[in-house]
Design a protein around this ligand. Sequence first.
Ligand code: FMN
Length: 362
Amino acid sequence: MPRPTAPEAAPGAFAKLCAMAPASPLKIGNIEIFPPLALAPMAGVTNALFRRLFKPFGLGLTVSEFVSAQSLVRKNARTLEMIDVYADERPTSVQLHGNDPGVMAEAARFVEECGADIVDINFGCPAPKIVKGGDGAAILRDPDLAVRICDAVRKAVVNAPVTVKMRLGWEADNFTYLDIARRAEAVGIDAFTLHGRYGKQFYKGSSDWSYIAKLKEALRVPVIGNGDIASASDAMRRLSETGVDAIMVGRASLGNPWLIAEIAAAMRGEPKPDAPTVHQRIDFARAHLDAMVERYGEKSGILQMRKHLGWYLKGVHDASTLRERINHAPSADEVRAILALARTRELEPEAGVEEGGEALAV
Ligand SMILES: Cc1cc2nc3c(=O)[nH]c(=O)nc-3n(C[C@H](O)[C@H](O)[C@H](O)COP(=O)(O)O)c2cc1C
């Protein structure tokens, strides 16, 4: 698997970031995590195969896609697949969504038995499908329910730490995160991740890290800050300005695991890795494709890879034509041939990975 190559010297700005390093390890319960860098849970993206491919770039922690507690207790076969964890990606957190404390407790105990290192509770997803069912960010409207869920899950899980990932609240004039987190900490929740947007906001505006700093100040347990991290300097600045214990990165890493390598290097105080060449990017995309086809079969593998390949191709000359061809390619070999063609292309002068937009919002 292609990896970022070792750089010769750290350029000035990066060297300044390194002066803030090394970052302290994140400790959740008895689990020590270094670097304090987590890959955000992303439904439809961060399955075990993806997490395993991205882990070697320097992630300290990986988190599963959210998993329905209801489907899990019914032992739905597809849901059971979603809680698979590979040995070489650990420590891994498995995230559950649901609004029935008893069902959440049963599902949590089950994922612990199946090998999750950490059980995470989702109080943040704003997707209409989830909110309509009263799950995800909808729970932020009912702090008592949120705390009952946390209490039930904490009591059900025997050894693993239990964490919560949340937004600020459901709507702008009713931020409940602080109340919920304080009370959830009191029933034994071991760490919190806060994305500094509220539910109704989806991905509009920006993540407000001043609330994340407030949460850090209010709690004894670790706080992981999340939202709009797109560079090593974003990550190091947020760490030092807010005092959070770790950074979680999501959309900006899509098609760009080299961002993870850059942040991890800054956190370790190591020189900045070289930016990937077109060859490295396409070779990695090809390795991702091959792994997906092997794991999910040709038809599902190439279908699932369309979005990933679109991300990997960002910044490559005439990427839109290449994407269009990939989206109509009938076989894995045809996709491989298009990637071979992409390998001969240059990067556009402004190459870089755009931040994910609302289209990605779940
Ligand atoms: C495609 C996609 C899927 C997501 N799925 C989940 C999920 O399953 N659970 C969750 O807690 N957050 C989910 N999120 C939210 C991210 O974990 C993260 O909180 C959010 O994208 C903000 O971080 P970022 O600005 O670094 O992307 C998802 C985000 C995206 C873009």
